[in-house]
Design a protein around this ligand. Structure first.
Ligand SMILES: Nc1nc2c(c(=O)[nH]1)N[C@H]1C(S)=C(S)[C@@H](COP(=O)(O)O)O[C@H]1N2
Ligand SMILES: [Mo]
Length: 396
């Protein structure tokens, strides 16, 4: 039995049966005969584990474009915990044909209406500039989308389009300064290296400069002390600590310094800085694990916010009627996730649903469900800030 095996019951508990059924032929169906003997804990993704070149096996949510989620069992890395190991860091692309850049010929163009110069920087130029190293959670706005009912359109991620990495690169302000950014520059837009063929347009993302600068943005060329994997943006990508990752443009080749919104921003929203909402995920035991009735279950998870700092994390085994405080490990950095631990009673045989809830120092709490207005206002919105239960099987 390979490590992807998971029972149909576990799959249904995760809601992935519906995902696979509704998602159409391009999604790889879960093998009918892949029945877990219960000997090993499931990896923590309902999708088949497939390795991209240079990456570890990840949950293949979609193949082309590559959308691969980190199994929950691997969110906390082994080499430098709590950071996710580089090869396990999730992969999300809109381009089917990922831009492979010759680093010696790569140039980053920087200029725009609110800059005095237009400059082209090589990787050697960028490496000569001052560096910044920062640990941060990177989270897709679609985190958990495939677990939301009713199902909403978009990649049906479960709990793995999120990771925590330590990034090294050039502070963005250094590059803006070299291009002579004017005092009235208010928007910065980034372009990814290749036109998205299916959409026939470039991946431009714009940010509000002032609020982005408060997060300490960088142009990163290393993840966890190693050159970026192609799949995570080699040779250069945008990283804005404490924010959702859609605007962390990978293979960034152009920066446009502006006074007005970029006309071709991918989403067409007003330029902003999408701060991470308080969030937590239980990573151990993984979904579908079996525990003994009457036993005490040791839980481990990760929790984060946009840099305010967490006040507490609590867990619940009664759908939020009562809460048990979790113990938090020390913070390794304001934007990194924190590991928490708690013990809960397994209770009687059946299904055990465990909730976790993070609260930041400013009093903001992770909601138990998606706020009404988000669901009402359209399905493509951010589904990422809510509670996703850990679903365990209690054996009598
Ligand atoms: N060039 C490019 N950059 C991109 C994207 C993309 O499709 N193309 N996707 C964005 C989205 S939606 C996310 S969530 C993050 C994912 O980063 P990762 O693949 O390194 O985890 O990259 C962002 N940067
Ligand atoms: Mo994303």
């Amino acid at each position: 039995m390979d490590s992807t095996a998971i029972s149909r019951r576990q799959l249904l508990a995760l809601g992935a049966g519906a995902v696979a059924a509704s998602a159409g032929a391009r999604f790889v169906a879960w093998p009918q005969d892949a029945v877990s003997a219960g000997a090993t804990a499931p990896p923590g993704t309902p999708f088949p584990l497939v390795a991209l070149d240079g990456k570890a096996p990840l949950g293949q949510v979609y193949d082309q474009p590559p959308n691969y989620e980190t199994p929950t069992s691997r969110l906390i890395g082994r080499r430098n915990p709590p950071y996710t190991d580089t090869e396990d860091y999730y992969v999300r692309y809109r381009e089917a044909d990922v831009y492979r850049v010759d680093p010696d010929r790569f140039r980053l163009r920087v200029g725009g209406e609110a800059a005095t110069e237009q400059i082209d920087l090589s990787m050697a130029d960028l490496r000569d500039l001052p560096t910044r190293r920062v640990g941060t959670v990177g989270a897709c706005a679609g985190l958990g989308r495939g677990l939301v009912r009713p199902l909403v359109p978009g990649m049906p991620w479960t709990k793995g389009d999120v990771s925590c990495g330590e990034w090294t690169g050039v502070p963005l302000e250094e590059v803006l300064r070299l291009a002579g950014a004017r005092p009235d520059a208010s928007v910065v837009a980034f372009r990814g290296g290749r036109t998205i063929a299916a959409a026939k347009r470039d991946y431009w993302r714009h940010w509000d400069l002032e609020s982005m600068n408060r997060q300490g943005p960088l142009l990163a060329y290393e993840l966890n002390g190693e050159p970026l994997p192609v799949w995570n943006g080699f040779p250069l990508r945008v990283v804005v600590p404490g924010t959702y990752a859609p605007g962390w443009v990978k293979q960034v080749v152009e920066i446009d310094i502006r006074r007005t919104p970029h006309p071709r921003d991918w989403r067409g929203n007003a330029p902003g800085t999408p701060l991470l909402k308080p969030m937590s995920l239980i990573v151990e035991p993984t979904d579908g694990s079996t525990v003994q009735a009457g036993a005490t279950v040791a839980l481990r998870g990760v929790a984060w916010d946009h840099g305010t700092g967490l006040r507490r994390v609590d867990v619940s085994v009664d759908d939020g009627r009562s809460w048990i405080p979790a113990r938090m490990e020390r913070s390794v950095g304001r934007y990194a996730w924190r590991v928490f631990e708690a013990k809960v009673p397994a209770g009687d045989a059946g299904t055990l649903r465990v909730l976790s809830r993070a609260e930041s120092r400013d009093g903001t709490r992770q909601p138990l469900d998606i706020p009404e207005e988000v669901m009402a206002d359209g399905v493509r919105k951010n589904t990422a800030a809510r509670t996703f239960a850990a679903v365990l099987e209690v054996r009598g």
